[in-house]
Design a protein around this ligand. Structure first.
Ligand code: G6P
Length: 589
């Protein structure tokens, strides 16, 4: 949610920052801007819309120190005035986060004669730093930070100084350590191929970066050391590699994600097993697609391992009053590891003394610093805002966790089944025909996804994906709930898509299909069961999935629905990679 990049070195800083911002666009694309230090003076360029609008200016601006920002608007509409960087009194900043007490701070500054030029919460930061500046930028940033409530990843530069001061609280900042140059950014992809090593700022850290040095310190200015890691971000993951969109490229990477997640799990199996020993209750949490993976995970824990499991939206859970009793484990599922609600829910449970597991694709993220145990999802960079391969990775990690708790012999069999998941996804994507169904979705006035049991969990994911990238109204419901409300919405313009993969519940779902057909609604049946395919042939749009066991079915059915959403977005000429109003990493509330 908002991407920030900074660079100090000998190259054209505007170009380096521009390249970095392009790679962070999934964090927001309402507006973008860059500030460059040119012979001691700061020059700023900004534009509404995507980062590429800055390209021609980035090639002209000279200077070796720069900061930049790609925005997901929180306070103030997308406009040039609200675009970052913001400047005042020789200071320029970019900010990711939300300053919750900005109104109060702004009122005070206005009463002191300050004139604000934007509607953003961030402008108070630059005006406070300018007010406190007495020749030392770090000191002024520290003084400003003392007054801020909320979250910030902040970069500041000051006229006449070839340095960047960074500050972090509850929003990510990663530092790239180069040879004669140094970087800072919201996320690792901005540093792909730029430097050998990285380190991560922690809450309350400040850093001063020049071309030759990075100094990290606390709020007293006392130097601190942070662990240095190899920079593993891969430039190749950031290119389309011949695909028209990241979404379809990443969907096709789901099979290798599952394979790699299984291998990564293996390497930590002993630690995970020990940490799970004696657990009698599991709470799973996450947001968006991660929450949907958690819903599948609940089935695995209860049905494969016999351990009680509940699932809560992280944004709700973080404000609950949980009762921690017995051997309870919280499993936080998050691709980015930085989603504010998921991170705070994990922090709450940790503080209450519960054991916290993080199922995450980002091994240097905030969630990994909170969790007792990190369960890796090996999806590599996921650029498309709509999650695809990370879902398959999360589901496989949860499956593996459940197997740790199930009986030895059963676990052995189920593990062998999981080895078939990559081929199952590939086969689904190769054979599936959703062109006609995508056309039906594009024409429908509402699209409802329905299923029972594990198919209901997948229905929710199918509905979210379609909403996210096609902007079509609808929802995901248990098929059993159809007659309790949704049926009233059915007419010849609405489309109901039933997911049916569980043989035990197929007849029940088939009843709901019949009821919808009887009421004249458009109907699709997405199924791996041959008998269901024949039952509805010629009466509904039937999409065939490969035959597979119940517990593996989400790999096939979710891939099919993600692909359906992709085809529908393309049919409607929407950009599946950058849906309107959304961002990939939701680091604010
Ligand atoms: C946003 C993204 C979704 C993602 C969700 C949770 O809404 O657009 O694709 O599923 O955040 O993100 P996380 O990084 O915690 O998995």
């Amino acid at each position: 949610m908002c991407g920030i990049v900074g660079y100090a070195g000998s190259e054209s800083a505007a170009k380096v920052v521009y390249d970095g911002l392009k790679k962070l666009e999934y964090r927001g694309y309402d507006s973008a801007g860059i500030a460059v230090m040119n012979f001691g003076r700061i020059e700023v360029i900004k534009s509404v819309g995507r980062v590429e609008k800055l390209e021609k200016y980035a090639h002209i601006l000279e200077g070796n120190v720069a900061i930049g920002h790609t925005r997901w608007a929180t306070h103030g509409k997308p406009s040039t005035a609200n675009a970052h960087p913001h400047s005042a009194g020789g200071i320029t900043i970019v900010h990711n986060g939300i300053i919750e007490n900005y109104a109060e701070l702004k009122q005070k500054l206005v009463s002191e004669g300050e004139i604000f030029l934007s509607e953003t919460d961030s402008e108070v930061i630059v005006r406070l730093i300018a007010k406190f500046y007495e020749g030392n930028l770090l000191n002024a940033v520290i003084k400003c930070a003392e007054l801020l409530k909320g979250s910030y990843a902040l970069l500041a530069i000051c006229e006449g100084k070839n340095e960047i001061v960074a500050a972090r609280y509850r929003s990510p900042v990663i530092i790239g350590l180069g040879d004669g140059c140094n970087f800072c950014a919201s996320d690792e992809p901005a540093l792909a191929g730029k430097c050998k090593h990285v380190c991560v700022l922690e809450d309350g850290d400040f850093a001063v970066l020049t071309a030759d040095e990075v100094k990290i310190c606390d709020s007293l200015g006392k130097e601190i050391k942070r662990q240095v890691w190899l920079n593993t971000a891969e430039p190749a993951a950031l290119s389309l590699g011949g695909y028209p969109h990241f979404m379809i490229k990443e969907l096709w990477e789901a099979p290798s994600t599952v394979k790699n997640t299984v291998s990564a799990f293996r390497q930590r199996e002993e630690q995970i097993k020990d940490a799970l020993s004696g657990v009698d209750k599991i709470i799973l949490t996450g947001c968006g697609t991660a929450y949907h993976a958690a819903l599948v995970g609940k089935r695995y824990f209860e049905e494969l391992a016999g351990v009680e499991a509940t699932v809560e939206y992280a944004g709700e859970l973080r404000y609950n009053t949980p009762i921690i009793s017995g051997h309870i484990v919280l499993i936080a599922v998050t691709q980015s590891g930085e989603t504010a609600d998921t991170v705070e829910a994990a922090r709450l449970f940790k503080n209450l003394g519960a054991k916290v597991f993080a199922v995450t694709n980002s091994l240097h993220s905030e969630i990994t610093r909170i969790a007792d145990v990190v369960v890796p999802v090996a999806a590599g960079s996921e650029i498309c805002v709509a999650a695809t391969k990370s879902y398959s990775g999360q589901v496989s990690a949860l499956y593996l966790l459940a197997l740790q708790l199930s009986e030895k012999e059963v676990a052995k069999e189920l593990l062998t089944e999981l080895y078939g998941a990559p081929d199952l996804i590939s086969q689904t994507l190769q054979d599936i025909d959703v062109y006609a169904l995508a056309e039906m979705c594009a024409r429908a006035s509402g699209v409802y996804f329905l299923g029972r049991g594990i198919d209901y969990a997948v229905a929710l994911e199918g509905s979210l994906k379609l909403k996210e990238i096609s902007y079509l109204a609808g929802g995901g419901y248990p098929a059993s709930e159809l007659k309790h409300g949704t049926l009233a919405l059915i007419d010849n313009k609405t489309l109901s898509a039933f997911i049916i993969t569980d043989p035990d519940l197929a007849a029940k779902s088939a009843n709901a299909v019949e009821q919808t057909i009887s009421r004249g609604g458009m109907v699709a049946v997405i199924t791996s069961l041959p008998e269901v395919q024949s039952q509805f042939a010629h009466r509904a749009e039937v999409v065939k999935l490969p035959e597979c066991g119940k517990y593996l079915s989400p790999f096939a059915s979710a891939a099919a629905l993600q692909y359906l959403a992709y085809r529908t977005a393309v049919t409607l000429n929407r950009d599946p990679d950058k849906p309107r109003n959304l961002a990939k990493s939701v680091t604010v509330e």
